[in-house]
Design a protein around this ligand. Structure first.
Ligand code: CA
Ligand code: CA
Length: 245
């Protein structure tokens, strides 16, 4: 009897060991940590370290921590953000963090590799789409299926999705025009008479804190980003190269 119990214990231990080996190094959506969203910024420099708006976790810099099924950090793996479903936004073909952060315009992806702690901080340069036809999403109820339009994978494993907003409208980096835009989007969220769409109209480009409203908190964030830009000179350009088509 004791022998049977011992064999069962060894078998269980072996099965657990095999299960642990199977998930080792494979990014897990349960254990990895993603930001709620990411906000596109203007560009500062090319081939250098981002500063100001781009480097601040209060604004554009977002940290991803990749862990496997054993809750162990996964170093040296690419974290890929796929913007292909974010049809109202455009990313820059050259990122400030290049070549650390790489862009695939055809796939509409941005990627960077985790460090020894399984972490990577990414800020993405781009703008919302100013082409004709830009329209807001209905805001009530919060379009969870649409708002987090960017998806994240690592080693092909889906890890989650991100809300997307933009500090820059594609003109002159972060500038007063962007503040005007957030203010106008706030008016439309409240149902301003000049708005062509019924309220509450969620222009997610201006939902800078990703809570599916455009409210004073978003205006404060936009003003703070502009102040930071004015102090540091960061995000002074919309792109260092062309936007991805
Ligand atoms: Ca701008
Ligand atoms: Ca908001």
């Amino acid at each position: 009897m004791n022998g049977l119990i011992r064999k069962a214990g060894v078998f269980t231990l072996g099965a657990l060991l095999l299960a642990s080996m199977a998930v080792a190094g494979v990014p897990s959506s349960n254990n990895s940590t993603l930001p709620t969203g990411i906000t596109l910024s203007g560009a500062s420099t090319v081939g250098g370290s981002p500063d100001g708006v781009e480097s601040s976790s209060s604004f554009a810099a977002k940290t991803f921590t990749i862990r496997d099924g054993n809750n162990v950090a996964v170093p040296n793996v690419a974290v890929v953000i796929d913007f292909s479903a974010c049809t109202k936004f455009k990313i820059c073909s050259v990122q400030t963090q290049s070549p650390t952060v790489t862009v695939n315009c055809a796939a509409a992806t941005v990627s960077a590799v985790t460090n020894s702690l399984g972490q990577v901080t990414i800020s993405v340069v781009g703008r919302y789409d100013t082409d004709p036809g830009v329209s807001p999403l209905p805001a009530s109820p919060c379009p969870v299926s649409q708002a987090p339009c960017a998806t994240v994978t690592s080693l092909g494993q889906p890890l989650g999705s991100l809300h997307l907003a933009s500090y820059d409208d594609g003109a002159s980096g972060v500038n007063p025009g962007d503040v005007s835009r957030v203010l106008a989007d706030r008016v439309c969220y409240n149902g301003g008479a000049s708005c062509a769409v019924p309220a509450p109209a969620l222009f997610r480009r201006s939902d800078l804190d990703y809570n599916c409203t455009v409210d004073p908190a978003d205006i404060s964030l936009m003003l703070a980003a502009l102040q930071d830009k004015n102090l540091t000179g960061s995000s002074a350009f919309s792109c260092s190269g062309p936007h991805c088509p």
